[in-house]
Design a protein around this ligand. Structure first.
Ligand code: PHE
Length: 457
């Protein structure tokens, strides 16, 4: 038996499980990406499609991942190898480990930016800047070859330092400290945003749908983002599921994590969009929304510096508990499949992801001329992982649980933590057998066609 297997850790408490899994789900996806893509794709209509995917596809796939992980008690790749030996299924796990690398590399870059903005806020660097100066500062920072790499590296080292300690003493312990802090900060920011005069327009934009604005590209993004935001489709929650004790009721856990992730995304939207409207700024300003638009908003707000520090701290903390979970996918794979010790696996995975991250960061500046279709390297990684690999992974995970694993085994695994109503299982089986695979397939086909068509011609 490998060293990794002997040392297999488990989460210590129910709260620890929720904090760690919600910590993974709640991240840059909720606070940085969700508000700007919602803005870009027209607000409420996008939001409604997104919520539909969360309930009908995200939740069942999350539960499936937990079931796979807890049953197999292995990393993402090893779980499929154990549950479906000598079959092609282990490729799904392998693809997940690959996706983890890709995501971690661009994730670390944006997390580095948010760290930098904590310091900008503490030093009040942007306070006297005009809107165009703020934009220029952001662009200068992200395109320069030095400073973003430094902050990305600091962030990756922080991630590695927590992962190397282990599941219970590292990941769980920090999630239990950081997640309540995150909740308090976001509530403070929400109260500030909705009490600004003029914020109602922003709330309307978020919650009053105009479905005529929806395109297939928007729908593909809603699906991709549902997967990204819930940390699905690449084995993060298989890996975390493998650390969940047999007593835990997986259905409740999946439900709680899904609700927490969705509520925080909405709270982030409410903290940002109404404030943006209150100061008469356009909402859909792309990835720069929180780094360009928000500093403008903070400049015009009473106590802006304080709220700015809080906001970028929130962003960094949310990013940290997520990147930890992405790194853990790779570390669990390295320790269990390659028999490396945890410290060596962590150092290796962190270095590899950081190196890819450097290319990503440089693709904003000196490498920006190297493009593939309509993407630079950074956007390409984001697109391939969120819009292709995660939905594809989710599709196979749903098919695995729906058609291969066996209804009785699913029932047994899910019912461990107490009683389970029969109709829940039936509803779940319909979702994983039909609803999730079919909707992923259709959205994938049309969305990809529209995106690539728009890109190539
Ligand atoms: N869910 C995280 C976020 O919203 C990102 C993530 C994706 C984490 C995939 C793990 C796996 O930011």
């Amino acid at each position: 038996m490998s060293k990794g297997r002997k040392a297999r850790d488990v989460f210590g408490s129910k709260f620890g499980i929720i904090a760690a899994a919600a910590g993974s789900a709640i991240g840059l996806g909720n606070i940085w990406k969700f508000p700007y893509i919602t803005g870009e794709y027209g607000g409420a209509a996008f939001l409604f499609v997104y919520l539909g995917f969360i309930a009908a596809v995200g939740l069942p796939v999350m539960l499936s991942e937990f079931v796979i992980g807890r049953k197999a008690r292995r990393n993402a790749y090893g779980s499929f190898k154990k549950l479906a030996p000598k079959s092609l299924w282990q490729n799904v796990g392998f693809l997940g480990v690959l996706a983890a690398f890709l995501i971690l590399s661009f994730y670390g870059v944006v997390a580095g930016w948010s760290l930098k903005y904590v310091f900008f806020s503490i030093n009040n660097t942007l306070a006297a800047s005009s809107p165009s100066e703020i934009e220029a500062t952001f662009n200068r920072f992200i395109t320069s070859p030095g400073p973003p790499l430094l902050y990305q590296l600091i962030f990756m080292v922080l991630t590695g330092l927590i992962v190397v300690i282990g599941v219970k003493k590292g990941i769980e312990r920090y999630a239990k400290i950081l997640m309540p802090i995150l909740l308090v900060i976001i509530i403070i920011l929400d109260i500030r945003a909705i009490t600004l005069p003029g914020s109602m327009e922003g709330l309307k934009f978020l919650f009053k749908p105009d479905f005529s604005k929806l395109s297939w590209d928007a729908i593909l993004n809603a699906l991709g983002h549902a997967f990204f935001s819930l940390s699905l489709g690449m084995g993060t929650l298989i890996t975390y599921g493998s650390y969940i004790d047999k007593k835990n009721n997986l259905m409740n856990t999946a439900l709680e994590v899904t609700i927490a992730d969705t509520v925080i995304a909405l709270l982030a939207g409410i903290a940002i969009i109404p404030a943006v409207f209150a100061f008469n700024i356009e909402p859909g300003t792309g990835p720069g929304l929180v780094f360009i638009t928000l500093p403008n908003v903070f400049n015009q707000m009473h106590g802006g510096q304080f709220f700015s520090i809080l906001f970028f701290l929130l962003l960094s903390v949310a990013a940290l508990t997520s990147s930890i979970s992405i790194l853990e996918v790779v570390v669990a794979f390295f320790t269990e499949e390659l028999n490396l010790t945890r410290p060596i696996a962590t150092v290796l995975a962190t270095i590899l992801a950081a190196l890819m991250g450097i290319i990503c960061s440089l693709s904003m500046g000196i490498y920006s001329d190297y493009t593939f279709m309509c993407f630079n390297f950074f956007d390409l990684l984001d697109f391939i992982s969120a819009n292709i690999l995660l939905p594809l992974g989710g599709l196979f995970i749903a098919i695995f649980i729906g058609w291969k694993f066996g209804k009785y085994k699913v029932f047994k695994e899910m019912a461990h933590g107490g009683s389970l109503k029969g109709y829940f299982l039936s509803a779940f089986m319909i979702l994983v057998r039909f609803v999730a695979p079919i909707s992923i397939f259709i959205v994938f086909l049309f969305g990809l066609y529209e995106k690539l068509h728009g890109c190539l011609f």
